[in-house]
Write a protein of this length. Structure first.
Length: 146
């Protein structure tokens, strides 16, 4: 039953608190770009709306239908993304992927809140849900530059 204990540890109080308080929850009126991402493995979905001014996220909205880990990741993304450039969002996305898939370091500030999800490294089936929000944010930002 050690696997069950490990899973319980994965859903720590910090993760559950983040999942319960996602910044920028809800949709924006007249966004500059909207991206919806879905994890085929678990069915989690995240829709991200962004408004961009001077190459930075001026406003964002998130509709998050995901497990607690996906919700916690959306909370970290929502807290750190305002004011970020496409380059910063892409760097955070790439660093989060490395943290999860290669046990790499925690992403740089202001995205260092992803540290709370480092116990998920061993749960490959959760990685896609954790990445949804930051991937959707990067894709939405890319759409505003074209």
């Amino acid at each position: 039953m050690s696997g069950d204990n490990d899973l319980i540890k994965l859903y720590s109080a910090r993760i559950l608190a983040l999942a319960a308080d996602i910044p920028h929850l809800g949709r924006l009126e007249a966004p500059d770009a909207t991206v919806k991402r879905r994890s085929p493995l678990c069915g989690s979905t995240v829709t991200v709306d962004v408004k961009v001014r001077d190459g930075k996220i001026a406003d964002l909205g998130q509709d998050v239908k995901a497990c607690a880990l996906g919700q916690a990741a959306a909370a970290v993304t929502g807290a750190a993304a305002p004011g970020a450039t496409l380059e910063q969002i892409e760097k955070a996305r790439d660093q989060l992927r490395k943290m999860l898939k290669e046990a790499g370091p925690v992403p740089d500030a202001p995205f260092d809140g992803f540290e709370v999800l480092s116990p998920a490294v061993d749960y490959k089936n959760r990685h896609a849900s954790i990445l949804l929000s930051i991937e959707a944010m990067a894709e939405a930002m890319q759409a505003t530059t074209h």
